[in-house]
Design a binder for this molecule. Structure first.
Ligand code: FES
Ligand SMILES: [Fe+2]
Length: 361
């Protein structure tokens, strides 16, 4: 079961061009994303309620275009099978086979609408509760907003790398917040080696829908930070459902913001997207070097997940130890609290308490 009533990272905004549709399975549900010629993005369940044809295989009719003798006042998706058309609100707008006198309230036929937000070059999608029955009403508006990257205003990511991990979202998320695997899994020349391991102590506190490793000087055994020069501070926050934001400040020289988002596609596949924003000019010049580094970093995690999958086939009991796995424990507690709040319709209370964690890495 995946968390609902929450924003998931869906895709980079640059991937959906005006006048285009894009099909994607998220949390096991088929979704069609569409961007009108005017630039607005909307998302619907990618199944025609008539006979289940993916709407994304039809066409996106633009606002102002004439379809079947009607000039459209909004963009509509036309199903390729019998031409039913659906608006951005998910309501059916036309059933072309009807003749005069055949009374039918077409607007009552609906396909589920997913609220979306486009900000800072990202498209976020709100996943409402699962419903098996027919959709009779529009999806209510979300009660909170997706995360905003600090210090980068309306900039777009300067670098995006994505990878699909063959695992349940939980394994991808806890791999992301696992401080002890670095020297073993990311043993590349650019990162660190187990010979340079030392004991660390980091202060954490609760933050919006998650927790934050409070601002500190970054690890001295990491080469990535060395590239950025001295005088750095970094703050790393995690929030549900699987969003990690690292904000590195290089004094007056500028900032680097890394967004790692983990989105379940199905029960057994998870998309991890790593985006970087920066206001530091030096990184523009280093970008060609940075991309292969980010890619190999993600691949190292993905390869480990694939090895782990072989073991998980036997459904073993797993362990979470102190203190290196405490963030993973918090993740599971946060998830439980989110689910409980959804079920009881109570306000979500963050179960994380301020703590200092110690580990070697
Ligand atoms: S299946 Fe879509 S219109 Fe018939
Ligand atoms: Fe990793």
């Amino acid at each position: 079961m995946f968390l609902r009533n929450i924003w998931y990272y869906a895709l980079p905004a640059s991937e959906l061009k005006p006048g285009q549709m894009l099909h994607k399975v998220l949390l096991g549900e088929p979704v069609v994303f569409a961007r009108s010629k005017e630039g607005e993005v909307f998302a619907l369940r990618d199944l025609c309620p008539h006979r289940g044809v993916p709407l994304s295989s039809g066409r996106l009719c633009g606002k102002g275009s004439t379809v079947d003798g009607n000039t459209l006042s909004e963009p509509q998706i036309e199903c390729p099978y019998h031409g039913w058309r659906f608006g951005p609100d998910g309501a059916c707008k036309a059933i072309p086979s009807l003749v005069d006198g055949q009374q039918m309230d077409v607007g009552r036929i609906r396909v589920r609408r997913y609220p979306v937000r486009e900000q800072q070059g990202n498209i976020w999608i709100w996943m409402p509760p699962v419903s098996d029955g027919p959709v009779l009403e529009d999806t209510p508006e979300p009660d909170h907003e997706p995360p905003v990257m600090p210090a980068v205003e309306s900039r777009q990511p300067a670098l995006i790398e994505r990878m699909i991990f063959d695992c349940h979202v939980d394994h991808a998320v806890i791999g992301l917040m696992d401080p002890a695997h670095g020297p073993y899994v990311h043993r590349s020349v650019f990162w660190r080696s187990e010979k340079s391991m030392y004991a660390k102590e980091k202060a954490f506190g609760p933050s919006e829908m998650g927790f934050t490793m409070l601002p500190h000087a970054p690890s001295k055994n990491s080469r990535f930070y060395k590239i950025l020069g001295g005088g750095l501070t970094t703050e790393i926050s995690f929030r549900l459902p699987g969003v990690r934001v690292e904000h590195i400040t290089a004094g007056s020289r500028g900032s680097v913001v890394g967004l790692t988002s983990v989105t379940p596609l199905t029960e057994t596949s998870t998309e991890v997207t790593q985006s970087f924003y920066w206001t530091l000019p030096v990184l523009g010049a280093l970008k060609p070097l940075l991309r292969p580094f980010v890619r190999s970093f993600l691949k190292q995690d993905g390869d480990m997940v694939n090895i782990q999958k072989e073991g998980l086939k036997f459904d073993p009991r797993l362990m979470l130890i102190n203190d290196s796995d405490v963030q993973a424990k918090w993740y599971f507690r946060l998830k439980d609290a989110w689910k409980e709040a959804g079920e009881t319709r109570a306000a979500f209370t963050n179960p994380v308490k301020p703590a200092t964690l110690r580990w070697r890495s």
